[in-house]
Design a protein around this ligand. Structure first.
Ligand code: LMR
Length: 396
């Protein structure tokens, strides 16, 4: 039966990992997959994570099945981190959270959950969005459509067009919004724009699905959750997919969470039963190690403070990289305006070069970025930025 298969192309983001590893160029630069890197190009384990792992090693007493919801304590702490401990939705007991294998696992749980709510629901995603959103939801049998978002020419949001499309979406559909650090464009909604989007969501009655994969990488843990918190306070139903891959640096541990906000506690209990069914059919139950680390950090005041401090170091470094790249491009005689990179947020921006230039950067200069010219800002460092700026200048 395998004879009917044809080979599929490598994933546009993850495929770059292998190509980069196999490249022997001494100055190769990895701006592909979104992972934090320190000035030496290393992705470190956070000190708070190491400390939490030590605690778990000493205190863990069993490896028995954890169950489809995952860790109750992790779920509660993740809810508080996202919504804020005193959020009205939490106080009204309207939120149910399950631990998931990473942010991608959370999105897939959400996809199967949506399919059970309404098999005909259309999922609306920003144009552009994370390269895996479309495939992931289509794999769950959901039709995906786009709403206007990023203007590649002016490097700004197409906010009026976005609102116009949202104003045409009905109550049976779902709209995916990025909480912060929009992947791939780096262009976020302002708080005023979030307020507008919340208003339209309430008026139209569609269900918002907010993907929060970078909480703390934009302006701060609370600032980055502005849209999530406003939305959850205003709407009857909402889905939140969060990830601990980037902000806790737990990439390979695969830990995230899927939270459903329902109109009341009784409905929330029903959604929980559906979530558990979905999880059982997909992967039975989530891995426990990452959740144990996160709950130890968030549940221990000194470790939580250490985490917030380490997160700030990562955030400041990425923002610093943005300014450094803009300056170095100028210093290398590039007269095209790249100042937008310094104004954008989070791990990514579009460099704005064409696919041929992306290919030349890879083939001739060993500078790796996604075909759309999305660059992972965290891959820039004091040691590679001169070479990077010279390479970009050369292809321009
Ligand atoms: C990215 O966009 O680079 C990250 O979210 C990693 C991934 O899985 O694509």
């Amino acid at each position: 039966m395998f004879n009917s298969l044809t080979a599929l192309p490598a994933d546009p983001i993850l495929g770059l990992l292998t190509q980069y590893r196999e490249d022997n160029h001494p100055n190769k630069v990895d701006l592909g997959v979104g992972v934090y890197k320190d000035p030496l190009g290393h992705t470190p384990i956070l000190d708070c994570v190491k400390a939490a792992e030590k605690i778990r090693l000493d205190t863990e007493t069993t490896k028995v099945y954890i169950g489809p919801t995952g860790s109750a304590s992790f779920n509660q702490l993740m809810g508080e981190l996202a919504f804020g401990a005193s959020h009205s939705a939490l106080l009204a007991n309207r939120v149910r959270t399950v631990s998931t294998p990473g942010g991608t696992g959370s999105l897939r749980v959400a996809a199967d959950f949506i399919k059970r709510c309404n098999p005909n629901a259309v999922l609306w995603v920003s144009d552009p969005t994370w390269a895996n959103h479309t495939g992931l939801f289509e794999a769950a049998g959901i039709t995906v459509k786009t709403y206007p978002y990023y203007d590649y020419d002016s490097k700004t949001l197409k906010f009026d067009q976005m609102l116009a499309t949202l104003n045409s979406i009905g109550k049976d559909d779902v709209v995916l919004l990025h909480a912060c650090c929009h992947n791939p464009s780096g262009m976020d909604l302002t708080t005023e724009q979030w307020d507008e989007v919340v208003k339209v969501t309430v008026k139209q009655g569609f269900t918002p699905l907010i993907d929060m994969a970078y909480q703390g990488f934009g302006d701060g843990v609370d600032e980055d959750a502005y849209g999530v918190r406003q939305m959850a306070a205003a709407v009857e139903s909402m889905i939140l997919c969060s990830s601990c891959s980037k902000n806790f640096g737990l990439y390979r541990e695969r830990i995230g969470a899927c939270s459903i906000v329902a109109k009341n506690s009784a409905t929330a209990d029903i959604t929980q039963s559906v979530l558990l069914y979905v999880v059982r059919c997909l992967y039975s139950m989530p891995p426990a190690h990452g959740a144990a680390i996160v709950e130890t950090i968030l549940g221990t005041p000194a470790l939580k403070q250490q985490w917030l401090d380490e997160l700030k170091v990562m955030r400041d470094r990425i923002n610093g990289n943005r300014a450094i790249l803009v300056d170095k491009l100028k210093a290398n005689g590039v007269d095209r305006d790249f100042s937008f990179i310094a104004r954008q947020k989070g791990m990514f921006s579009f460099l704005g070069v064409n696919p041929e230039q992306v290919a030349i950067l890879k083939q001739q200069y060993s500078v790796y970025m996604v075909g759309s010219s999305r660059i992972s800002i965290a891959g820039i460092s004091e040691t590679n930025v001169d070479y990077l700026a010279k390479s970009i200048a050369a292809v321009l």
